[in-house]
Design a protein around this ligand. Sequence first.
Ligand code: ATP
Ligand code: MG
Length: 418
Amino acid sequence: MRDILPEESEGMSRIEDAAKQCLHSFGYSELRLPLIESTALFERGVGDGTDIVEKEMFNIDSRDGEPLSLRPEGTAGCVRAAIQHGLAFNRISRLWYRGPMFRYERPQKGRYRQFEQIGAEAFGIAKPALDAELIDINHQLFARLGVDEHMKLRINTIGSFAERRTYVEALRAHLESNRDALDADSLRRLERSPLRILDSKHSETRAVIANAPKIEDFLDADSMHHFEQVLEHLQSLGIGFEIDPYLVRGLDYYTHTVFEFETKQLGAQGAVSAGGRYDGLVEGLGGRAAPGAGFAIGIDRLLLLCQSVNTEQASPRSSLLYCVATDEDSLKAMMSIGNQLRKDLAGVPVVVDTQGGKLGTQMRRADREGARWTIIAGESERAEGVLTLKPMREVGEQSRLKYDALVLRLLEAHGGLS
Ligand code: ATP
Ligand code: MG
């Protein structure tokens, strides 16, 4: 697990703020969920044949013997909460959550043992327009962050449970007859979860998959219609997509639409967001049957992408005001002036030098902090009722100004400030 240092956390907050605004603008409300849930929830909710549950969970002993796990993803917990608090039965709920997820994986760029996700789930809507809306939320967010051009949407349908059962039989038969070409992992999955073999990255296995039967040949008219409707909505929303007949999701309860946003910019860790419909999950976790659909965005990867494509995002620190006082009385006054500035210049960070010392020493500190302006108060300023304003990063003389004039000057210089 890694520490997120200020440089990165700033970008992360920016993404989280944008995502939050975007989700609220679609009418989704935030759920805050525990980081720990019972292991059984993930075995049932994610599926005990999945990589996540088989290999990636951090399991912990609770004092009373109930096996618990650090959450590897958010959907299971969200559905549990929706059932527990009656948010899924006989009503429509649009929910989102965010926070750390934990998976025991080999850490590398874009793959961490603790990582951040922002996810959304909607309950009670069986219609294809919802699937399109969830994709649209992603699309809107990526556009807002200026990365939509680097994102490719892959989409597929995996049909209803019954259709999938027939498909899985056909798929298994195809894979069986190509046993010799399958990798060890895929052979192990052949019995219990042949669908997941479609996810294999192994090249010989991929060659077998390329000739495998396709799910669309096993769908009935309703399922086909659902998928076509989703695609029509996407077209009408102007969202480009690529149908990938072999895209599946790790969870057992997914039905119909599955999708993934991926980018080429991040090498092997190209999946940035993934989701789909899971009409069986609420019931599978003990609730009364209710349709559901959702997605989860990997924030760490989205940040890496933002960093790689639009480098110089203005940091709020680039407008830093650094306040310096040269004697104790001036420092007392400056602490209050600092508060007034924080109100009048909302959004601009204002640092008051509480360490003190010689003016030169404090100015060097201001420089090290990357201040754009320094405000100086000493005995002579106090006597005259003014402050000295000194630009640190652009040419220009320092000036002695009354407070109001100083605020006006700063507002002008920052182009109105947001
Ligand atoms: P991958 O195929 O890369 O392992 P996944 O299918 O396991 O991804 P999901 O369970 O669909 O991922 O999670 C949704 C998103 O969360 C992913 O698209 C990715 O952006 C992010 N994510 C998943 N695992 C990690 C991780 N270990 N570190 C960072 N981000 C991750
Ligand atoms: Mg994974």
